[in-house]
Design a binder for this molecule. Structure first.
Ligand code: SAM
Length: 179
């Protein structure tokens, strides 16, 4: 088994970020991450969304919320894991992705919402830019995971789904198990 890859969402504001944080969590799940951490706050609506999707579409992603981002990151590093921070100020992804993939350390990928404090830039083993223009945490994470897994994550079929898509040229075909 290869390294574990966990995504840490920093700076989630329950009043304004529900939709986008749900999308970050959904990308984490469907693009092959093993865990998602909603740091510093609790927002049960995000947990409900991700659990509901997993129970229908299969797989299980470890969901953790309410833990201190600073402590979690420090502890991850103390245990020998690697920290990757997605930021447009970092090194271009194409410059570092092979290095990241080759390292066998477990990976914690930090994505921000509001301004990310300097602490995370400093503690990161890699500050990675998905291009040097501002865009979105959802896009940055999807591109990062796609390059990390070299496109293989799009062929994942999570375990024990109750529903699955049968690809079709036109229209929608789904298979529902247990019917
Ligand atoms: N204003 C915030 C700051 O200065 O830190 C960033 C806000 S941005 C909408 C939210 C998150 O998207 C960032 O923290 C980063 O993780 C991610 N992001 C946006 N553009 C990116 C890029 N070009 N490369 C990597 N990550 C990016």
């Amino acid at each position: 088994m290869g390294p574990k890859i966990y995504i840490l969402r920093y700076g989630h504001r329950p009043q304004r970020d529900k939709r986008i944080t749900s999308h970050v969590a959904l990308v984490a799940r469907s693009f092959g991450a093993h865990g998602f951490i909603l740091a510093d706050v609790k927002d049960d609506s995000i947990e409900r969304t991700i659990k509901k999707v997993s129970s229908r579409w299969g797989g299980s992603i470890d969901f953790i919320q309410g833990v201190s981002s600073y402590s979690f990151v420090k502890e991850w590093k103390r245990r020998g894991g690697e920290i990757i921070h997605l930021t447009m100020y970092g090194l271009h992804i194409d410059y570092v992705i092979d290095l990241i993939r080759r390292s066998q350390k477990d990976k914690l990928v930090i994505v921000g919402a509001e301004k990310v404090p300097r602490f995370f830039y400093r503690i990161a083993d890699f500050n990675v830019a998905v291009g040097h223009q501002p865009h979105s945490e959802v896009a940055a994470l999807a591109v990062f995971l796609d390059k990390y897994f070299m496109g293989r994550e799009l062929y994942l079929s999570p375990s024990n789904p109750t529903i699955r898509i049968a690809p079709s040229v036109k229209g929608k075909r789904v298979i529902i198990y247990g019917d």
